[in-house]
Write a protein that binds this ligand. Structure first.
Ligand code: VGL
Ligand code: ZN
Length: 196
């Protein structure tokens, strides 16, 4: 088990820890709340190291194309401005968190935090080269964000103790993890991250 020392080129991405993806929400990821304590530990380490923390959120219009009544695969979820779209109160985001709102366009599904956002430009501005990704859901937001990050030339670390899958089909999550590893992503746990 190799440690990873945080450098000035690193940023944390916390994907979609929103009420609708948590138990009681419209599209609850089973045991989704089980990662929040670990996500908070990552946030603490990045904040201690004065590294930027990005929190993404699914931020849909009320008639988004991914919703069942529009012919999409999902129940209504994460409608912009609703309680369901709010970050979990258990999530301890820093005051200077950088929020990335995604999938805001009615006619376009966008699982990746890079899709239709300024994330790429913000990372470039900050000279970020390595991204550490955790959150929900493994096979949607996490997978597609990681894919685009690699395409942008980033080195990506998957925070494997702080992700959870929807698993609409059994093993969707584990298949996504295998896929990311094949792309060269390194899977790490919170004990491996050194903030000094
Ligand atoms: C997501 C399902 C529906 C995600 C978004 O970002 O992981 N999953 N909408
Ligand atoms: Zn969505």
């Amino acid at each position: 088990m190799k440690n990873v020392v945080l450098t000035s080129e690193d940023a944390l991405i916390v994907a979609d820890i929103q009420n609708d993806f948590l138990p009681g929400g419209r599209l609850a990821v089973s045991n989704g709340h089980g990662i929040i304590g670990t996500v908070n530990q990552y946030i603490k380490k990045f904040t201690n190291a004065k590294r930027p923390v990005f929190a993404t959120r699914d931020w849909h219009p009320p008639n988004h194309c991914s919703f069942e009544q529009q012919g999409g695969p999902w129940p209504v979820h994460c409608v912009a401005g609703t309680t369901g779209a709010a970050f979990s109160r258990a999530l301890k985001l820093p005051d200077d968190v950088r929020i990335v709102s995604k999938a805001r366009d009615r006619d376009k599904e966008a699982y990746s935090a890079f899709s239709g956002t300024t994330l790429h430009e913000q990372l470039k501005q900050l000279s970020i080269r390595r991204l550490f990704v955790c959150g929900l859901a493994t096979e949607y937001c996490v997978l597609n964000t990681v894919k685009d990050a690699i395409a942008c030339g980033h080195t990506v670390f998957l925070l494997q103790d702080a992700i959870r899958a929807i698993d609409a089909q059994p093993n969707d999550g584990s298949r996504a993890i295998e896929q990311m590893k094949q792309w060269g992503v390194e899977a790490v746990t919170v004990q491996q991250i050194m903030d000094d």
